[in-house]
Design a protein around this ligand. Sequence first.
Ligand code: FAD
Ligand code: UDP
Length: 395
Amino acid sequence: MTNPYDLIVVGSGFFGATVAERCARELKIRVLVVEQREHIGGNAWSYTDPDTDIEVHRYGSHLFHCTSADVWAYVNRFSGFSNYRHRVISRHQNSFYTLPMNLGTLSLLYNRFLSPDEARELIAQEAKAAGITHPTNFEEKAISLVGQRMYDALIRGYTQKQWQTDPRELPAEIISRLPVRYDFNDAYFTDRYQGLPLIGYGKLLESMLATPGIETRTHTDYFELQTTLPKGIPTIYTGPIDRYFSYRAGELTWRTLDFERELVDTRDFQGTSVVNYPDLDVNFTRIHEFRHLHPERDYASHRSVIFREYARFATRKDAPYYPIDTRTDKSTYQAYRALAAQEPYVLFGGRLGTYRYLDMHQAIGAALKLYDNTLAPHFTEGRPFKSNSLEATDP
Ligand code: FAD
Ligand code: UDP
């Protein structure tokens, strides 16, 4: 059988779409993109809500931010970007607090104005009172960063719901994703480049895959198609790495999310795009209101669409969202990495293929690197289809 394709890309999220677009456009090769879901785009997919015409992010609000001029220039080829700046509100009991935690959040919580020095001093005292000198888990690290009072109000319950694990059992690194500011800056991200695609994520991803030379098949599980394809076609696999190897070294653990949609009979339900709910007597973690992601669009609908977000452990049937990355997971993943390095014609990439949380810009950056270092040299100079284990796909 002659090869109908030069490259197969499994998964049409930002990693797969970037690889496919680069190879088809620059190398003029024939690329087959295989996607098991009914839509392309992975978890960044968005669509127009039929009742309101509001763009909905199917898997929760996706905020684009990066410091890399190359990644920014790349995404801007497909769409202009708005100047949206993300801010989050946390609703604890009957008050609203600003996230990331800043001087405003602290002053409100302690019910008095705090200068930057006073706030630092207060938090250092609380960490000392809790007896924490060398934080070893999430709870200790969080208290040393934000103090006991803030931890109890905005962190403990949210984390418990989000991870369904006692925060003392979680790794300290997770809290480092949430900045603490000793000023009044309430911007969630400080990256130089930020914004949302003016045409929407769904259309942006469609435009990437509309590049001549790419054939995309949705509703298609790679493992069912595989047996019908000739052997030896170079393949980029962005699905779960444990599934590729039929779970032979064990299962990696993930958290998944459920989203509950509600059409509300008001133009504005909560006044902002994301409100977090840290209290344990509320069983969801956040509410997304998508209208607020695009103030420049001035949506006409008199109704609004919201998603309540619930977190839980993923089973094999669920979409894997966040790697839990326990000690056992780390060693299981190493076993799969060793197997992956021996797999001829297949390179593993993206969030699921490398078992790590990747933001969109990191997935795109890693895919561009894979293209430059491995794919272009392979297809133009005949260099081996090998990336020295998985390093080439690291963001
Ligand atoms: P994915 O987007 O997961 O794409 C992988 C694709 O492979 C999926 O479509 C899947 O169906 C397909 N696939 C898997 N197995 C098979 C198979 N056997 N056959 C065929 N297809 C298969 N990033 C940000 O930058 N900002 C944010 O605000 C942000 N928010 C997020 C919120 C949530 C809840 C989540 C989960 C992620 C968020 N991200 C965010 C990250 C972003 O969604 C993507 O995960 C990231 O762009 C990585 O893309 P990817 O291509 O590696 O993976
Ligand atoms: N977090 C919290 N309260 C919040 C927001 C975040 O306790 O209101 C903690 C929580 O443990 C979370 C971590 O900070 O997992 C990182 O926050 P981020 O929003 O990056 O993570 P995500 O919610 O996407 O896991």
